[in-house]
Design a protein around this ligand. Structure first.
Ligand code: ZN
Length: 270
């Protein structure tokens, strides 16, 4: 009897990535940054994504080599996003550093990127001539800007060029359904991702105001995890199970759009 246990363990580890009927996900907030590399190989990361039923992942990393390593292992799943951080130190100064703009221009020659971000930016830093050049670069290369910021910053980005397409990280972290609705009305090229927004479904039950927001704008939302620290990789399957649980409380066609179809259309990877 004892000898059966290893067999059972093998069966569990090699279970297919998506259980029958499980909603596939496009995770729009994944990082694979330096501290992750010694803990999880690219193969280990892809196995975690398999176990969580992540069909596609928008990946940005500090430095960008993490993204490229994952992309080369699984170009069908990884949608590369160029992060303007050569090191963590760039997080607080990238937007005023012409060297970072030159770095981004040089890196874009690789020709694989669908987005610019995820970056952190404050409204008072978003209206500068250098930021206008970052926005122009994004528009010229058809890159979706992925901005971790408040609503005022998003407004400043669109003020540079209304043709920009932007993904609002974490729905602004603290913006509520009313503020998000006003932004979606004002900016037709704005999409919103919900990484870390556990307030969408407190205690597992979809909040009525969020539900109304999703039904009103079913084509504008995406889901994500945010592996901003290494321990998030361990939590990812459980976190995405909680996301699936509130998606299941929406009409199936709306759930599918938020789960993966909106992001597939946004990034042109259908
Ligand atoms: Zn992030």
């Amino acid at each position: 009897m004892r000898t059966l246990w290893p067999l059972i363990a093998i069966v569990l580890v090699t279970a297919p990535p998506c259980a029958a009927g499980e909603l596939a996900l496009f995770d729009t907030h994944i990082h694979y940054s330096t501290p992750d590399w010694t803990v999880y190989s690219p193969e280990a990361v892809l196995k975690i994504l398999d176990s969580a039923g992540v069909r596609r992942a928008l990946v940005s990393s500090t430095p960008d080599d993490g993204t490229v390593r994952l992309y080369e292992k699984d170009p069908g799943r990884v949608v590369p996003e160029l992060r303007p951080y050569r090191t963590r130190a760039d997080m607080v100064s990238w937007y005023r550093d012409p060297d970072v703009l030159a770095y981004v221009e040089e890196r874009l020659r690789r020709g694989i990127y669908k987005g610019l971000g995820e970056f952190h930016l404050r409204a008072e830093d978003a209206a500068t001539p250098l930021m206008k050049r970052f926005v122009a670069l994004a528009v010229a290369h058809n890159l979706v800007m992925h901005s971790h910021s408040d609503a005022a910053t998003i407004q400043a980005l669109f003020a540079h060029d209304g043709r920009l397409r932007a993904l609002w990280a974490h729905a602004g972290m603290s913006a509520g359904p009313d503020e998000i609705a006003a932004m979606l009305d004002r900016y037709p090229n704005l999409w919103v991702e919900l990484a870390l927004r556990t307030d969408v479904a407190p205690g597992g039950t979809l909040d009525p105001d969020w539900r109304a927001l999703f039904l009103r704008y079913p084509d504008r939302f995406c889901v994500g995890t945010d592996t901003w620290i290494t321990s998030r990789w361990d939590e990812l399957p459980r976190y995405l199970a909680s996301v699936r649980a509130w998606l299941a409380q929406l009409p199936a066609d709306v759930a599918e759009r938020i789960a993966f179809k909106n992001a597939e259309r946004l990034y042109g990877v259908r």
